[in-house]
Design a binder for this molecule. Structure first.
Ligand SMILES: CC(C)(COP(=O)(O)OP(=O)(O)OC[C@H]1O[C@@H](n2cnc3c(N)ncnc32)[C@H](O)[C@@H]1OP(=O)(O)O)[C@@H](O)C(=O)NCCC(=O)NCCS
Length: 400
C-alpha cells in the first residue's frame, strides 16, 4: 500500500554555468548533453541508488525545441544510460522550471507513488535566445490583458523601480556588486566547486576544453563601474547589465526520495521539504512574484519569515530581490541572504536555476546546524513566483 511520505532532497549537482553566445564555453555543446552530464555526475556520486530504482525523470526547459525538445526527461535518461525501464517527461514554468520539476516529483513522492526521482532543468540561452520562437497570442495586447512590456523581463524590472521609488538604482547597484563579491569569496573558499559536474567543451577552432567554473563572474565590479553602465531596457532607466542576471547556458539536477527509500537505501538526505507554493502577480511587475508565493508557502508550513535562517533567492534582477527583502523588512545586505552570491554573478539559465538555489542551500545547511529552515524562491515570467521551504536535517537546536 502506498503511504503519504516525507520528501527529501538527497543530493544535487549542476554543470558550471557558461556565458551564452558564440564566445561562451558551451556554444558548441548541446543542451541535452548538459542534462546528461548532470544526471551521470549525480548518479555516480550516489552509488547507493541503483538506476532502476528511479521512478521518473522530470527535466524543465523554457524553450522546448531542438536540443531542448524531445521530451527531455525521457531522452536525457536514455542518453545518460539509465535503464530503459525508467520513464521521463518535460516541464515548463519558464524560470521556475527546475523548481517545478522538484515540486512535481515531490508531489508524487509525498503521495507514496514514487520512491526515488530525478528533477532538474536546462537552458541553453545561446542556442535558444529568450523568447526567440515564441508566438504570444495577439489578444494579450489587443485586449489589454497585459502591456507589451510585460513580455520583456528587463522592462518589468524597470517597473519595480517605478512602483517603489525608495528602492533606488544605487541600492540595486550595491546589491549587484555584493553578489559578485560574495560569489568570488565562495569560489575562493571552495564552496561552489564540489557540486559542479565538469563538462568537456569544444571551441570554435575545434580544440577541446573543460568547463570547471561558472564563466560569467565579474569579481572586479565597482560601484563607479556600475554607475557608468548603459540601461538597455529603457533610456535613462535604472536596470543595467550589472544588476541583471546574464544570459546563461547550464543544467541542474536533483535526486529526491521518500522516507522509506531513504531508510532502505541508506541515504543521507541534505534537506527535507517542508512546503511549497506558486503564485501569480501582474505580468508587468513579474519580479515581485516570490513575495506572495513565499507568503503562501510560509502559511502552509505554519512558519513566519523570522523562522527562515537562510535564503537562496534567484537574482533575476537586483531590484526584484530587494523588493522581496523590503517587503519582509530584511536589509539588502542581510547575511542570511544569498551568502555565496546569486544569479547576477553565477548566471541564470532560466529553467535550470531553481535547483541551483537548492544545491547551494543544501551545502549551507551542512555548515549551519544552528539553522532549522531555509527558503528557495524565484520570480517567473508572465507574472509568477515560486517558493520552497526546506528543513535542515543537521539542525541541532543550538544557537550559533
Ligand atoms: C542586461 C543584458 C541585456 C546585458 O546583455 P549584454 O549587453 O549582452 O551584456 P554584457 O555582458 O555584454 O554587458 C554589457 C556591458 O556591461 C558591462 N558589464 C556587465 N556587467 C558589469 C559589471 N558587473 N561591472 C562592470 N561592467 C559590467 C560589460 O562589460 C559590457 O560592456 P561593453 O559594452 O563595454 O562590452 C542581458 O544580460 C539580459 O537581457 N539580462 C536579463 C536576462 C533575463 O531577462 N533573464 C530572465 C530573467 S526573468
Amino acid at each position: 500500500m502506498a503511504e503519504i511520505s516525507d520528501v527529501f532532497f538527497v543530493d544535487g549537482m549542476r554543470t558550471p554555468f557558461g556565458r551564452a553566445g558564440e564566445k561562451g564555453m558551451y556554444w558548441n555543446t548541446r543542451a541535452d548533453d548538459l542534462v546528461v552530464k548532470s544526471i551521470i555526475g549525480l548518479m555516480e556520486r550516489n552509488p547507493n541508488v541503483p538506476g532502476d530504482r528511479v521512478d521518473d525523470v522530470a527535466i524543465a526547459a523554457t524553450s522546448q525545441t531542438g536540443d531542448q525538445g524531445l521530451t527531455l526527461g525521457r531522452s536525457a535518461a536514455i542518453l545518460a544510460g539509465l535503464p530503459m525501464t525508467v520513464p521521463g517527461f518535460a516541464i515548463d514554468r519558464m524560470c521556475a522550471g527546475a523548481m517545478t520539476s522538484v515540486t512535481t516529483m515531490a508531489g508524487s513522492i509525498g503521495m507514496g507513488m514514487y520512491d526515488v526521482a530525478l528533477a532538474g532543468g536546462v537552458e541553453h540561452m545561446g542556442r535558444h535566445p529568450i523568447g526567440a520562437n515564441a508566438d504570444p497570442n495577439p489578444r494579450f495586447v489587443a485586449e489589454r490583458m497585459v502591456d507589451p512590456g510585460a513580455l520583456n523581463m528587463g522592462v518589468t524590472a524597470e517597473r519595480i523601480h517605478d512602483r517603489f521609488p525608495h528602492l533606488t538604482k544605487e541600492r540595486a547597484d550595491r546589491y549587484g556588486m555584493l553578489s559578485q563579491q560574495k560569489a568570488q569569496a565562495a569560489y575562493d573558499a571552495g564552496k561552489i566547486q564540489p557540486d559542479l559536474v565538469q563538462v568537456a567543451t569544444k571551441d570554435n577552432e575545434g580544440a577541446w576544453g573543460l568547463a570547471t567554473e561558472d564563466e560569467g563572474r565579474r569579481p572586479e565590479t565597482t560601484m563607479a563601474g556600475l554607475a557608468a553602465l548603459k540601461t538597455p531596457f529603457r533610456p535613462h532607466g535604472r536596470v543595467t547589465a550589472g544588476t541583471s542576471s546574464p544570459l546563461t547556458d547550464g543544467a541542474t539536477m536533483s535526486l529526491l526520495a521518500g522516507g522509506a527509500a531513504v531508510k532502505e537505501l541508506g541515504l543521507q538526505p541534505k534537506m527535507r521539504l517542508v512546503s511549497y507554493a506558486f503564485a501569480g502577480v501582474q505580468p508587468e511587475i513579474m519580479g515581485i512574484g516570490p513575495i506572495p508565493s513565499t507568503e503562501k508557502a510560509l502559511k502552509k508550513a505554519g512558519l513566519d519569515i523570522s523562522d527562515i535562517g537562510l535564503f537562496e533567492l534567484n537574482e533575476a534582477f537586483a531590484i526584484q530581490v530587494i523588493s522581496l527583502l523590503d517587503h519582509f523588512g530584511i536589509a539588502d545586505d542581510d547575511p542570511r541572504v544569498n551568502q555565496w552570491g546569486g544569479a547576477i554573478a553565477l548566471g541564470h539559465p532560466l529553467a535550470a536555476s531553481g535547483v541551483r538555489l537548492m544545491i547551494q542551500l543544501a551545502a549551507q545547511f551542512a555548515e549551519r546546524p544552528d539553522v532549522r529552515y531555509g527558503l528557495t524562491a524565484m520570480c517567473v515570467g508572465l507574472g509568477q513566483g515560486g517558493s520552497v521551504i526546506w528543513e535542515n536535517p543537521h539542525y541541532n537546536g543550538k544557537k550559533k
